[in-house]
Design a protein around this ligand. Sequence first.
Ligand SMILES: [Zn+2]
Length: 268
Amino acid sequence: MFYEWKPYVSAAERRRKAAQQMAKLKKKGHPVAPVVIDGRVIAKTFWGKSWCENLEGYGDYENRLPRGRTYARNGSVVDLQIDKGAVAAWVSGSELYKVEVKIATLPKARWSTLVNDCAGEIDSLVELLQGQFSQGVMQRMCKQDAGLFPAPKEISFDCSCPDWAAMCKHVAAVLYGVGARLDERPELLFALRAVSEQDLITNAGKGLRTAAKKPKRTKLLDATDLSDVFGIDLAEAAPRKTAQKRAGTKKSATRVSSVRKKRSAGKR
Ligand SMILES: [Zn+2]
């Protein structure tokens, strides 16, 4: 192989270029979501920590993962998206690299065993997402090859950098980035593995799942998914007419913008 000479690029310059690229993506409608880690600890909650500990618990990754920690901490993961069975990310290294991690969806039998084993233990979605449950449930969720977290054989990855064959630091950074993301949005773990967290809630099938709540969640997920796929911001399309409606009533006049206030004042 020929040695390719590359000019030195400072960290600040790399970051500036990455920011530019992300701004471009954003303009095209891609919902850019960088991994932002405050302090040295990558993940602080049950879900985030368990994700990282799970990966670190396998000999396969032992030597590879540490290379990604600094990258994850210093903001190199400039975009990370979690979807059903897949994580897509951009990582800023000597260049901007595209990382794709495929995670197998959870086998149905494994999920129903997990659900049965946790039956009656988790009372609400809030408790579940906050990781507030018994030691027994915790161990069950985290059990290698039987819990919610993926084993190396369920994970495959690809990076656009030259040395992706073994796990490169960009992939490692993305895997840690997922841990950090689960701190903020633990429900994404369930989406990633294509199972419904509602199944774990006690009495979920007996009418406690309110009709109002369920479609709202689905809608939110769909919008995110579609935004990823088509690069359009679906969220902005929805709430429009309510403001116009309100403007007509006296009570809500204080709530509308000053422009509208002036207009309606002129009419009176
Ligand atoms: Zn790489």
